[in-house]
Design a protein around this ligand. Structure first.
Ligand code: ZN
Length: 184
């Protein structure tokens, strides 16, 4: 394309017009009102489907309960729940409530926050195997109420729930986990 006197000339091609009417922006004086301009902030809203199993799981968390799925093929109780058993290659069969107590199976003493600020008292992210669910799986969460030196694999813990008015249907509806006294 060539710009000639405010009109765009197009190299001649078969079946196309030789001249495109209009004014090229680079030759128009960019004064206010010379041509139409607009600006806006895009509303980038979207919905995310958590899926059948996790949607129910999150709704039960809002009610202060932990729910899992049982597979009749391997008889495992899966938490977080899933509608398909990856071991049996078949759909899982039923919903089962499990307890809000469990056992620490692995943990970390974390002396920095997520944005790398130093902490004097470490956070203790842990994987907690849930009572009533099968072993070998668990929930990643945070344990509090135990001294870092006393933190250990095998510690029995119980969920500390947020008050029901503060729950939103999230894993953080459990504020943290704390040791069960007398079950160390
Ligand atoms: Zn199975």
């Amino acid at each position: 394309m060539k710009n000639e006197g405010g009109r765009m000339k197009v190299e001649a091609k078969k079946g196309e017009p030789r001249v495109v009417r209009g004014t090229a922006l680079e030759t128009a004086k960019p004064k206010r009102g010379k041509f139409f301009m607009t600006s806006y902030t895009p509303q980038l809203r979207y919905s995310w489907d958590a899926g059948q199993a996790i949607s129910r799981y999150l709704e039960e968390l809002r009610q202060g309960r932990l729910i899992a799925r049982r597979c009749h093929g391997c008889e495992r109780v899966l938490i977080p729940p899933r509608m398909f058993c990856e071991r049996c290659f078949r759909p899982t069969d039923e919903w089962v409530y499990v307890r809000d107590t469990g056992t620490v199976t692995t943990f970390s003493l974390c002396y920095v926050t997520w944005d790398v600020k130093r902490l004097k008292r470490p956070e203790m992210p842990s994987v907690i195997e849930i009572d009533g669910a099968s072993s070998g799986m668990g929930i990643l969460h945070v344990v509090k109420g135990v001294r870092p030196k006393e933190m250990r694999v095998g510690l029995k813990v119980k969920a500390v729930w947020k008050p029901s008015s503060k729950r939103t249907g999230s894993i953080t509806d459990i504020a943290y986990w704390e040791p069960i006294k007398g079950r160390r």
